[in-house]
Design a protein. Sequence first.
Length: 264
Amino acid sequence: MRIVIHENYLSISKWTAHYIAKKINDFAPTKENPFILGLPTGSSPIGTYDELVAMYNAGEISFKNVITFNMDEYVNIAETHPESYHYFMNKYFFSHIDIPKENINILDGNASDLDKECEEYEEKIKKVGGINLFLGGIGPDGHIAFNEPGSSLNSRTRVKTLTHDTILANARFFDNDHKKVPKTALTVGVGTVMDADEVIILVSGYNKATALKKVVEEGVNHMWTVSALQMHKKGIIVCDDEATMDLTVGTVKYFKDIEKGDIE
């Protein structure tokens, strides 16, 4: 597992965006051979999306031959709702780039058969040959997507009942009223993410420090689902200094030392 440590959120966002853009450009995708990109929502990736949009506007990257799969979506919330993940992705990313609408895949939380929707999502990923790079964030409790503590590390896309802690944490997006937060969601599984050729996890801020310590310095544990990244053949954590506050000094020095000369 590679850990890239930067000074702040802006720096990790720029580094990650340039890394993704280089991967896409080096792949040289075509309509017949597209690049498959997994994407998250939440506060963590916004800076990365902003930088990718800036690179697109500068003519440095095109998404015309990129197919995306998002991690999750709430159940029974309109796609036009300001807190739906369809709305989020359009607001921060898709409406600003040249990706064809048919190349965008987001789980349908209003599907008549939610289990079937999840099964078909997995099949669609397989049909396009799997995900080349999956970008993700991390919750304060070490979860990825809606794979909260206790989720199987082999889990696949499924309907997930949200924990009370997650509902309370997300209430800030729903007028601070936890009763307005959807109680269930559709989410890719930990196994779905780990099947990707490459996984990048963004970690920013002191409130993620405990989770980062658990994920990096302790063993693989389904109570900290991002810890599955330890088993991935090409997993990268991109974090800022604040997020490393609970790591041992030796761990931080080690990863900073081996990245010298590679961090732009």
